[in-house]
Design a binder for this molecule. Structure first.
Ligand code: SF4
Length: 561
């Protein structure tokens, strides 16, 4: 069932009021790939009356007021992506298109949507129920952070939005627990996975350097980020507090990860996998083309590329769904009238992290002093593609399915590091799960830049390419690799880009087209490098290209013929 978005739907449901109203910067697509829709459905399943308002008009109460006021709380999210990332290119130019806005034009999501929507609620409902922030924008801006668009350190978004509570990370457990507490009239001080504002520090919590200190001192900002990053694992994290003005941001430890049964339950819910008709009338969203018939098999990532924030939002521990749950979802997909037999993607943040984890991490949490796969694969991570091979084989046999694609990125260091099953996995992917081309993301080819990115060196890339083309020949297919690359990452010079170009044309024999200019998104190590011009692991000073014309030139060195 769609969450209601109009009065008429409330009447049909016989609901005079809603318990929770969710407000989002995307159009409303009911899908397991859309966080606000998952949160809404989880609350609905727990017995709460939930409504949703997508991309409200910010100049009137026409949208924000149409469902009335909730009994328990408002939930506000910028949408599936941070609104500034969604609205601007790496060159800070306004993006024209948007995959989650009706009609594909980027004309509905305000900049800093979380703040704007909170103000909108406060303007028309005064006083009102608690306003709870969630989603990627809130989660990654929960403590003092570098904001590329204003080129400065900003306070926690909870302070800037003047909201009451911020739910961070994957929110299913926290949001239901929060609703229960509010119904019971109990306190929320100890609720995991939330941030709140207090006049005092919290005893037993670690105190981060204050907002004023980190805004003034780049070294203090680096220290702050390390402590923030380390205290992100539910098994080991300590609560954090940070003075922002005269008050404190209080971050409780993260909520426990969902168990496999809980994850299966979330994905077993009856999503419509469609845009709500009210919004569909305004125009279709393009995002559905890729997510409608895709299956998420796991969440979390221990790749920890320095430019990526998945580890901070979803966690460094991979949790995966059971095979029966995934197969049941595949069978459900075959029953949609518009299903043509093709599953667009089976994967997660990294496709080949399904089905294995480090036992030490599962019992005691992530290590503080090393990463699981960088600079090399930790001996305690027992990489094993066996479960994925078995899963893909079973998916291929589901009645009504013609082809299952693996479109999520494959980490080739993991694949090559699995002596037992890595080759067999790639053989199956090449033979059955690729359509003409396979995209991989080396991001660069020069070791000094790759080091700043936290990505494997080019020897592994070459080994993977060799194996891919050998297996492709064996399969008798005409398939090729395409490469995602990044220009102007901290540490990268024009000389590095020229070397990349030379390596691509002489060794890889390609002219890369997929080159993105680095965007410093909130709460990543690469953004920390961009702002401080220091390597946060060695504290060396590094070159950072900040001139937009020169950034563009770095890209052009590779893409111009
Ligand atoms: S022991 Fe190795 S694989 Fe396990 S959490 Fe630590 S670094 Fe990761």
């Amino acid at each position: 069932m769609f969450l209601p978005t109009t009065r008429q739907e409330l009447d049909t449901l016989g609901w005079d009021k809603l318990d929770v109203i969710l407000v989002t910067g995307d159009s409303y697509v009911d899908s397991p790939f859309i966080g606000v829709s998952v949160v809404g459905q989880v609350l609905l399943k727990a017995g709460y009356r939930v409504g949703i308002i997508a991309q409200p008009d910010i100049h009137s109460d026409a949208d924000i007021g149409r469902l009335g006021e909730p009994e328990l709380f408002w939930g506000v999210t910028g949408g599936s992506i941070d609104s500034m990332v969604a609205n601007y290119t790496a060159m800070k130019k306004r993006k024209k298109s948007d995959d989650l806005t009706p009609g594909g034009r980027n004309d509905r999501r305000p900049n800093r949507a979380v703040i704007v929507y909170t103000n909108l609620i406060r303007r028309f409902f005064k006083p009102t129920r608690p306003i709870v922030l969630g989603g990627v924008e809130a989660s990654l801006r929960r403590v003092a952070h570098y904001d590329f668009w204003s080129d400065r350190i900003r306070r926690s978004i909870l302070f800037d939005a003047k909201a009451d509570i911020l739910v961070y990370g994957m929110a299913e457990k926290t949001i239901v627990a929060l609703a229960e507490r509010l119904v019971a009239g109990g306190g929320i001080e100890d609720l995991r996975g939330i941030c709140t504002i207090s006049n005092e520090k919290r005893e037993g919590y670690l105190e981060l350097p204050s907002y004023e200190d980190v805004a003034r001192d780049k070294r203090a900002f680096i220290d702050m980020f390390h402590t923030f990053y380390r205290n992100n694992d539910p098994l080991t994290a300590t609560g954090l507090c940070q003075r922002q003005d005269t008050r404190y941001l209080i971050q409780n430890p993260p909520a426990p990860y969902l168990t496999q049964e809980e994850l299966d339950e979330v994905h077993g819910m009856d999503f419509e996998r469609a845009q709500h008709p009210f919004y569909e009338r305004q125009g279709q969203v393009r995002a559905l083309e890729t997510i409608k018939f895709s299956i998420a098999t796991h969440r979390g990532c221990y790749g920890e590329c320095n430019f990526c924030s998945i580890a901070v939002h979803q966690g460094r521990t991979v949790r995966w769904r059971s095979e029966p749950s995934i197969l049941a979802e595949a069978r459900r997909l075959t029953r949609y009238p518009d299903f043509k037999g093709y599953i667009q993607d089976v994967g997660g943040p990294t496709a080949n992290m399904y089905g294995f984890e480090c036992q030490k991490k599962l019992a005691h949490g992530s290590c503080e002093d090393r990463r699981c796969v960088y600079p090399d694969i930790c001996p305690r991570l027992d990489v094993d593609h066996g479960r994925q091979i078995a899963l893909l084989r079973k998916l291929r046999k589901v009645k009504g399915i013609k082809k299952v694609f693996v479109a999520s990125g494959i980490r080739y260091d993991l694949l090559l590091g699995d002596e037992k099953h890595g080759r067999r996995y790639l053989r199956d992917v090449v033979a059955h799960h690729v359509s003409g081309q396979m995209k991989i993301a080396p991001e660069h080819t020069e070791d000094r830049v790759l080091r700043r990115m936290g990505k494997p060196g080019r020897d592994l890339l070459l080994a993977f390419i060799d194996l891919f083309y050998r297996l492709t020949r064996v399969a008798g297919k005409k398939q090729f690799l395409t490469y995602y690359l990044i220009a102007a990452h901290p540490g990268c010079t024009e000389r590095d880009m020229r070397r990349l170009k030379r390596f691509a044309s002489r060794t890889l024999k390609v002219s890369p087209e997929q080159v993105q200019i680095f965007t410093p998104t909130p709460s990543t190590f690469s953004s920390l490098m961009y702002y401080t011009e220091m390597d946060p692991f060695t504290m060396e000073r590094i070159f950072v290209e900040k001139d937009p014309v020169k950034k563009e030139r770095q890209k052009d060195i590779v893409v111009e013929r």
